[in-house]
Design a protein around this ligand. Structure first.
Ligand code: NAG
Ligand code: NAG
Ligand code: NAG
Ligand code: NAG
Ligand code: NAG
Ligand code: NAG
Ligand code: NAG
Ligand code: NAG
Ligand code: NAG
Length: 743
C-alpha cells in the first residue's frame, strides 16, 4: 500500500507540464537483476529502494519541498523502476552497484490525425467466416481509457473471462466491468480514473473488439450495425494518456500489469515519432518482455508519412501497422461557375434541396499574415466581404478543419472549401463540419484558384451525395501513414502490414452532433491509431483459432497472406495514385480469411533476438537492458539483421559480393504438401532459392532454405529495388516481399 500512496502523491508532481518548477524529474532507472527469480515482489521493491537516496527532503528552486521517491516498481516488463529524482541524485545513484542506466521520462503521442467528427455505421464485417469472433481472447488496450457504458462494450452473449485472467477493474470502476470489459486500470496521466475523456481509447477498443450494435445512427442517418474486428474478444483497458500525451513511465507500468494480468494481445496506438534504438525505447522494451510471454504486440507505425524513414515502433518482435483507406466515401462535391466539379469528403451531409451558387472568397487573398488568415484561424477572418460567401481555407496551420468551419460561419460565410496540403495527395478527411464544407485535394484546389483568377465574379455550389460504398481504388495508402525504411534496424522491412485507418467509424464517448437522446455515440477519425486495433482484432481471431501459435507465427500468417492488389485488381496505390512502394505497404493489406490458413509460417525462435541485437552493434549493457539478463555479445554468435527468421526481406546494402540468408518454414497447412518457389527478382538483382521445392510429410515439420541475392548491374549509385518470393502449393501461397538497397 505504501506504493499506492506515493503514486497518489505524485499525480500532480509528475504531470509533464507542471505549473510549479521543480528540480525533480521522473526517470526510468534500469538496474541489474541481483536477486534470484524466486524472490518475492517485496524483496524486489526493497532492492529497488536501495538505489534511492536516504529520504532527505530537498527544497527546490521554487521553494517547494520534495523528496526523491519511487513511482513505479517494474517486475515483469523490465528490471528497474520509475522515480522522481534530481540530477544530483541520479549522479549519486550511478555509483551504486547494480545501476545500469537512468533515462528521463518522455511523453509519447497518440497516433491519430485530428479529424474528429461523427457518424454511425461500421466498417467491413465479413472477416469472421473462418474464425470464431475472437471468443476467449483478451485484448489489452493501452490508450486514453474507455467509456464503459457504451453499447459497444455490452457483454450480451459473452462468456466470462478465461480462468487465467488475473486483472482487475480499479476501485470504484468495478461495477462498470462486465464479461466484455474485464479489466480497467489507470496510471498517472490518466488522472485516477479509467474513464475516457478524450475519445481515442474508446474508439480503438471498439475497433478491435466492440460488440455488435444494431441501429447505430447519427442524426437518424447512416443507420446500420457497428462491430469491432473481434466482436467476442474480451477487452482490458490500461489508461496511460490524456489528450495531451502519454508518459513512457506509465506505458511501462501498464505493460507490466498487462503481462501479469494475462492478456493475449496488446494494442498500442501511440509512440514517440521517429524510431529510436530499441534498447532505449519503452514500447520496444515492454513489447520484448510481452512477446517473451507469448503476447502479440500490435502497434501503430506512426503518422509521419509520406516521408521516407519515418516509421516508428519498428522492433522485429512488434507487428507494425500502417494505414490505408477503405471503400466507403462520405462524398461531397463542389461545382464552380465554369462547370467544373471537384470531389471531396465531409461527414456533415446536410440535406440541401437546391444548388444555389454563392460567391467564392479566398481567405488567403490580400492576407498580411501568411500563417493566420489563409488557414482560417478563429479570429482572423475580419473581412466583411466574407458574409454570404463560400470561403476557401488552406488545410493545416495547426487549425482543425471543424474549427476553420466555425470561424467561417462566425464571419458570416455560408460554406467552406478546405484545400489540403500537396503531400496529402488524394487522402481526404471527412470532418463533422458546422456548415456545408468539404476537403479537396491540393491539385483540385489549384484549379479552383485559377478559375477565381480568371473571372471577376467567381461562384460555386456545394452538394452532398452521402455515403458511397465501392471505391474500386481501395485500399489506398494514407498520406500520413509512416514509411520505411526503419532507421532503427534497416535490415528488417517495416511497416509489416497496412490496414484500414482513414475515416474510421467507431464508438465515441460523447455525442458529436446535438442528438443527446442516445448513448450510442460514434465518431469518424483517421490515423495509424485506427489501423493498429484492426490488426489487433485480426490477431485475436487467429489466436482464437490457433491457440498454440506464437506471436511470431500469427504475425507471419498475417504478412505472408496479405493482399498487394486493390479491389480493381491493380497494385495498391499511394496517396499520389502511383503504385505504392514496399516501404509504404510492407507485406501488403491484411486479408484475415487467408491469414487464418497460411500453409507455412516463419516462426522466429525467441532466442534468435540475442544474436540479432548483438548484430545491431548494441553494447552488452544495452542488450542486457532489453533482455533483462546479462549478455556478453563477444560470446554470442551475432547475426546480420536480415538473417532473423522474418517473413520479409530487407537487404540494406548489396554491393558486388552476393549475400546469402537462410529461412526456416513450419508446415501448418496440409500434412503432406509440396511447395515450389516463385521469384520476382528486383531490377538488377538475381535471387536464387535453394532448394526450390519443399516437400512436407507431416504437420509442424520444419524445412530450411537459402536465398542468395547477387547484383547484376555495375551501377554504384545507391538504388532501392523491390521484388518478392513466394512458396506455392496446390492450396496455399506464402509470399515474402523483398526490399533491396543496391550500393
Ligand atoms: C472514483 O471516481 C471519482 C470520480 O471519477 C474519482 O474522483 C475518484 O478518485 C475515484 N477513485 C476512488 C478510489 O474513489
Ligand atoms: C435503424 O435500423 C433499424 C433496423 O433496420 C430500425 O429498426 C431502426 O428504426 C432504424 N433507425 C433509424 C433512425 O432509421
Ligand atoms: C435555395 O437555397 C438558398 C439558400 O438556402 C435560398 O436562398 C434560395 O432561395 C433557394 N432557392 C430556391 C429556388 O429554392
Ligand atoms: C484585395 O485583392 C483584390 C483582388 O486581388 C483587390 O481587387 C482588392 O482591391 C484588394 N483589397 C484590398 C483591401 O487590398
Ligand atoms: C487533409 O487530409 C488528411 C488525411 O485525411 C487529414 O488528416 C487532414 O486533416 C486534412 N486536412 C484538413 C484541413 O482537413
Ligand atoms: C492568381 O493570380 C495571382 C496574381 O495574378 C498569381 O500570383 C497566382 O499565381 C494566380 N493563381 C493561380 C492559381 O493561378
Ligand atoms: C565477454 O567475453 C569476452 C570473450 O570471452 C571476454 O574477454 C570479456 O571479458 C567478457 N566481458 C564481460 C563483461 O564479461
Ligand atoms: C519433392 O517431391 C517431388 C515429387 O512429389 C519430387 O519430384 C522432388 O524431387 C521432391 N523434391 C525434393 C526437394 O525432395
Ligand atoms: C561490368 O564491369 C565489368 C568489369 O568492369 C565488365 O566486364 C562488364 O562488361 C560490365 N557489365 C555491364 C553490364 O556493364
Amino acid at each position: 500500500m505504501g506504493f499506492l500512496k506515493i503514486f497518489l502523491i505524485f499525480i500532480f508532481c509528475s504531470f509533464p507540464w507542471p505549473s510549479i518548477q521543480s528540480d525533480f524529474e521522473t526517470y526510468i532507472v534500469h538496474v541489474e537483476s541481483q536477486i534470484s527469480s524466486q524472490s518475492s515482489l517485496t524483496d524486489l521493491e526493497s532492492y529497488y529502494l536501495s538505489f534511492l537516496p536516504k529520504s532527505t527532503t530537498t527544497i527546490s528552486s521554487s521553494g517547494n519541498e520534495e523528496a526523491a521517491s519511487m513511482i513505479y516498481s517494474y517486475h515483469s516488463v523490465m528490471k528497474g523502476f520509475a522515480a522522481r529524482l534530481t540530477a544530483a541524485q541520479v549522479k549519486e545513484m550511478e555509483k551504486k552497484r547494480g545501476f545500469v542506466s537512468a533515462q528521463k521520462q518522455r511523453i509519447l503521442s497518440l497516433h491519430t490525425t485530428h479529424t474528429p467528427s461523427f457518424l454511425g455505421l461500421q466498417q467491413n464485417i465479413g472477416v469472421w467466416k473462418d474464425s470464431n469472433y475472437g471468443k476467449g481472447v483478451i485484448i489489452g488496450v493501452i490508450d486514453t481509457g474507455i467509456l464503459p457504458d457504451h453499447p459497444s462494450f455490452s457483454d450480451i452473449g459473452m462468456p466470462p473471462p478465461p480462468a487465467k485472467w488475473k486483472g482487475v477493474c480499479e476501485s470504484n470502476f468495478t461495477n462498470k466491468c462486465n464479461n466484455k470489459l474485464i479489466g480497467a486500470r489507470s496510471y498517472q496521466l490518466g488522472n485516477g480514473s479509467p474513464i475516457d475523456d478524450d475519445g481515442h481509447g474508446t474508439h480503438t477498443a471498439s475497433t478491435a473488439a466492440g460488440a455488435f450494435v444494431n441501429g447505430a445512427n447519427v442524426f437518424g442517418s447512416a443507420n446500420g450495425t457497428a462491430a469491432g474486428v473481434a466482436p467476442f474478444a474480451h477487452i482490458a483497458v490500461y489508461k496511460v494518456c490524456n489528450s495531451d500525451g502519454c508518459a513512457d513511465t506509465d506505458v511501462l507500468a501498464a505493460m507490466d500489469a498487462a503481462i501479469d494480468d494475462g492478456v493475449d494481445i496488446l494494442s498500442i496506438s501511440l509512440g514517440g515519432g521517429r524510431s529510436s534504438d530499441f534498447h532505449s525505447n519503452p514500447i520496444a522494451l515492454g513489447a520484448y518482455s510481452a512477446t517473451e510471454r507469448g503476447i502479440l504486440v500490435s502497434c501503430s507505425a506512426g503518422n509521419n508519412g509520406p516521408f521516407s524513414g519515418s516509421v516508428g515502433n519498428a522492433a522485429p518482435w512488434i507487428l507494425t501497422v500502417g494505414a490505408s483507406t477503405h471503400d466507403r466515401k462520405l462524398k461531397a462535391t463542389v461545382k464552380i461557375g465554369n462547370g467544373e466539379e471537384f470531389e471531396g469528403e465531409s461527414a456533415y451531409q446536410p440535406k440541401i434541396s437546391n444548388s444555389t451558387f454563392f460567391t467564392l472568397f479566398d481567405a488567403g487573398r490580400n492576407a498580411s499574415d501568411e500563417f493566420e488568415t489563409p488557414y482560417c484561424r478563429p479570429g482572423s477572418l475580419t473581412d466583411p466581404a466574407i458574409r454570404g460567401n463560400i470561403v476557401i481555407c488552406l488545410a493545416g496551420g495547426g487549425v482543425p478543419g471543424v474549427d476553420k468551419g466555425q470561424a467561417v460561419k462566425d464571419a458570416g460565410g455560408v460554406g467552406m472549401i478546405i484545400i489540403n496540403r500537396s503531400y496529402y495527395g488524394v487522402t481526404k478527411s471527412a470532418d463533422a463540419h458546422v456548415l456545408p464544407a468539404l476537403d479537396i485535394s491540393d491539385a483540385d484546389g489549384t484549379k479552383i484558384l485559377a478559375y477565381m483568377n480568371s473571372t471577376s465574379n467567381p461562384v460555386a455550389t456545394i452538394t452532398f451525395q452521402g455515403t458511397i460504398i465501392g471505391d474500386e481504388n481501395a485500399p489506398i495508402v494514407a498520406a500520413f501513414s509512416s514509411r520505411g525504411p526503419s532507421r532503427a534496424s534497416p535490415g528488417i522491412l517495416k511497416p509489416d502490414i497496412i490496414g484500414p485507418g482513414v475515416n474510421i467509424l467507431a464508438a465515441w464517448p460523447t455525442s458529436v452532433d446535438d442528438n443527446k437522446n442516445t448513448k450510442s455515440t460514434f465518431n469518424i477519425i483517421s490515423g495509424t491509431s485506427m489501423s493498429c486495433p484492426h490488426l489487433s482484432g485480426v490477431a485475436s481471431l487467429l489466436k482464437s483459432t490457433h491457440p498454440d501459435w506464437s506471436p511470431a507465427a500469427i504475425k507471419s500468417a498475417i504478412m505472408t497472406t496479405a493482399d498487394t492488389l486493390n479491389l480493381a485488381n491493380s497494385p495498391i496505390l499511394n496517396e499520389r495514385l502511383l503504385p505504392a512502394d514496399i516501404y509504404a505497404i510492407g507485406a501488403g493489406h491484411v486479408n484475415p480469411s487467408r491469414a487464418n490458413d497460411p500453409g507455412l509460417i516463419y516462426d522466429t525462435p525467441f532466442e534468435d533476438y540475442v544474436p540479432y541485437l548483438c548484430g545491431l552493434k548494441y553494447t552488452n549493457r544495452q542488450v542486457s537492458n532489453l533482455l533483462q539478463r546479462k549478455v556478453n555479445c563477444s560470446e554470442v554468435k551475432s547475426i546480420p539483421e536480415a538473417q532473423l527468421n522474418y517473413p520479409s526481406f530487407s537487404i540494406s546494402g548489396l554491393g558486388s559480393t552476393p549475400q546469402t540468408y537462410t529461412r526456416t518454414v513450419t508446415n501448418v497447412g496440409d500434412a503432406t504438401s509440396s511447395y515450389k518457389v516463385e521469384v520476382a527478382s528486383p531490377k538488377g538483382v538475381v535471387v536464387e532459392v535453394e532448394p526450390s521445392e519443399l516437400n512436407f510429410s507431416e504437420l509442424n515439420q520444419k524445412l530450411t532454405y537459402q536465398v542468395t541475392f547477387s547484383k547484376t548491374t555495375n551501377s554504384s549509385n545507391p538504388e532501392v529495388v523491390e521484388g518478392f518470393m513466394k512458396w506455392t502449393s496446390n492450396r496455399h501461397s506464402v509470399r515474402s516481399p523483398i526490399a533491396l538497397v543496391l550500393v
